[in-house]
Ligand binder design. Structure first.
Ligand SMILES: N[C@@H](CCC(=O)N[C@@H](CS)C(=O)NCC(=O)O)C(=O)O
Length: 205
């Protein structure tokens, strides 16, 4: 059976769990990372020398890097449905997967860490302001995209929706005001309604 290591408080683990649930592949998940430990053990490091979550073992095939895992699970268990066969459709989605990792996540991460993982007396409000200033133009860009597209890439729900919706879940959960992004909000409501998207209903921690 597919085995997933990682705590559900990790955005990257949430992507993988949601992808597995969308693909309908049964899995066992082991809490790992932060207070759960495991990631520093020699056995874990032998599988993932980064000492990070998520990590999967699918019948002896070991893989780390969340977006690579999402791609793999959907390509293996939902080809054509959640992982496009058509090359151009696939890379339309791939581009948004990369944008999530390299651009949106990089901009938004500091505000999450400060609000959720930092005690109030040590909270760096300048770091939060910088993160908001970097993230809001990206959300405006996303809102424009979603004004013209029902999903992140192509006509159908797919891997890019998973990666981006997990970012929106984390950003929406921060205790700070935000501008109205009507098209993101409408799309995100559809994401929340997906039965497999249980991770979007978790509280941030
Ligand atoms: N690029 C990696 C980043 C992995 C990563 O930074 N994971 C974090 C959680 S989101 C982690 O393992 N933190 C340390 C821990 O949980 O012990 C991926 O997407 O999988």
């Amino acid at each position: 059976m597919l085995k997933i290591w990682g705590r559900l408080s990790s955005i990257n683990v949430r992507k993988v769990v949601w992808a597995a649930q969308e693909a309908g592949v049964p899995f066992e998940r082991v809490d790992a990372g932060l207070a759960f430990g495991i990631v520093d053990t020699p056995a874990y490091r032998a599988l993932n020398p980064n000492g990070l979550v998520p990590l999967i073992d699918d019948g002896g095939f070991v893989l780390w890097e969340s977006n690579a895992i999402v791609r793999y699970l959907l390509a293996r268990y939902a080809p054509g449905r959640l992982y496009p066969n058509d090359l151009r459709q696939r890379f339309d989605a791939e581009r948004w997967m990369d944008w999530q990792q390299t651009t949106l996540n990089r901009a938004s991460g500091a505000a999450f860490v400060q609000w959720i993982r930092t005690p109030p007396e040590r909270r760096d409000h300048a770091a939060i302001a910088a993160s908001v200033a970097a993230t809001e133009p990206l959300l405006a860009q996303l809102d424009t995209h979603l004004a013209q597209h029902a999903n992140m890439a192509g006509e159908h729900f797919g891997m890019a929706d998973i990666a981006i919706a997990c970012e929106i879940h984390r950003w929406w959960g921060l205790p700070q005001p935000r501008p109205d992004f009507p098209h993101i909000q409408a799309w995100y409501r559809r994401m929340l309604a997906r039965p497999a998207a249980t991770v979007l209903h978790l509280e941030l921690s």
